[in-house]
Design a protein around this ligand. Structure first.
Ligand code: ADP
Ligand code: MG
Length: 351
């Protein structure tokens, strides 16, 4: 009796969490509060002579140090293409962000739904699970990102009908076809947000003899990037280092040039989607034509990306309302559904 009342009180303090530890950004959703954390998946560490590492900055602050640190400070991106590449640093990042959102000592460790890319190996799943546990999560469930994305945008994927979700993240573009709450076709392209940044770095080097860093390239992409030729040309001042003189130099770059620099990478994404549609069984493909393609991830925000996709495929394209955080919101919904269902003794197939 006492224990059940007491556990009721404790439950009020337990905070169900959904975590999307992405290549570019980490999102955390807390039940009842919404998406409370959107930080770059970046950690700055100081390494002493004995090789011991000490975290000095996390998230936005660490990202701002990229390319600006002395030799004994490293800026690390612990997730590569959706998979943990540096376990110790991923855990440090998660535990820092979790403490930030749920406080130093949560009374009860929270339940967590953690997103993983489709096709994650058992070893990679274990790394993700252990990383969340070590950071303080009590019970860790795993959700496949494409399913979470679909649930996040409110698609009904339980029917025997085809749905396509395209997530353009930092490292990869994930194209998935879902039916009956499961993934029936998936394809991962290595062309995504960072490839666009790289394309801008290469373009400026080749066409203007100007060397820019990845942060400047990303800023340029976010400000002027477009997937279709711009109707009116906008310009932005870009600062970098002149390749021949070695001195700092700036130039005004137009969005028409940015478009030209990004065109090849954008085309690779469009071709990847066409290929996926060709490989989709005909019944499911015709459902997709009726229901449209849902576009998520930061790359969905590239100007004209939705229209370019629509023009290439002939299929309507719907951009998720908050394309960056839709996966974590969907995971939160899955966790809520799962816990309700588990307490009534039923099981739900949520991946
Ligand atoms: P991940 O899931 O891999 O962490 P996100 O979905 O968080 O990736 O998206 C991050 C990517 O989206 C980065 O490459 C970032 O540069 C890009 N991005 C963010 N905003 C925009 C924008 N407005 N236009 C184009 N790309 C954007
Ligand atoms: Mg993502």
């Amino acid at each position: 009796m006492f224990s059940s009342v007491f556990s009721g009180v404790l439950d009020a303090f337990s905070q169900d969490l959904a975590i999307d530890l992405g290549t570019g950004n980490t999102y955390i959703h807390v039940k009842g509060r919404g998406v409370v954390c959107r930080e770059p998946t970046v950690v700055a560490v100081f390494q002493n002579r004995r090789g011991e590492r000490q975290v000095i900055a996390v998230g936005r602050e660490a990202k701002s140090m990229l390319g600006r640190t002395p030799a004994d400070i490293q800026v690390i991106r612990p997730v590569r293409d959706g998979v943990i590449a540096d376990f110790e640093i991923a855990e440090a990042l998660l535990s820092h962000l979790l403490h930030q959102v749920v406080g130093r000592s949560p009374v009860v460790g929270p339940n967590a739904m953690v997103c993983i890319p489709h096709g994650t190996t058992e070893v990679e799943k274990r790394a993700m699970r252990e990383s969340a546990e070590a950071a303080g999560a009590r019970v860790v469930h795993l959700a496949e990102s494409p399913i979470a994305a679909a649930i996040g945008v409110g698609m009904d994927i339980s029917e025997a009908e085809g749905n396509m979700v395209i997530d353009i993240g930092a490292g990869t573009t994930e194209i998935s076809v879902l039916s009956m709450s499961d993934i029936v076709y998936a394809r991962s392209l290595l062309v995504a947000g960072e490839s666009l940044d790289d394309a801008l770095v290469q373009y400026l080097r080749r066409q203007h003899g100007l060397l820019i860093g990845p942060r400047t390239a990303e800023e340029l992409k976010i400000c002027l990037g477009c997937a279709r030729p711009p109707k009116t040309v906008q310009t932005m001042e870009v600062k970098g280092r002149d390749l021949s003189s070695g001195f700092p130099r700036s130039l005004n770059l137009g969005s028409d040039e940015v478009y030209a620099a990004l065109a090849d990478s954008v085309r690779l994404v469009l071709e990847g989607v066409l290929h996926a549609l060709e490989k989709t069984p005909p019944e499911l493909a015709s459902d997709i034509v009726d229901r449209g393609i849902v576009l998520t991830g930061g790359g969905a925000l590239l100007q004209g990306m939705d229209r370019a996709l629509r023009e290439t495929t002939g299929v309507p394209v719907i951009v998720a309302e908050d394309p960056l955080a839709v996966v974590v919101s969907g995971s939160a919904r899955m966790l809520e559904g799962r816990l309700e269902i588990e307490t009534t003794g039923l099981r739900m197939n949520v991946g």
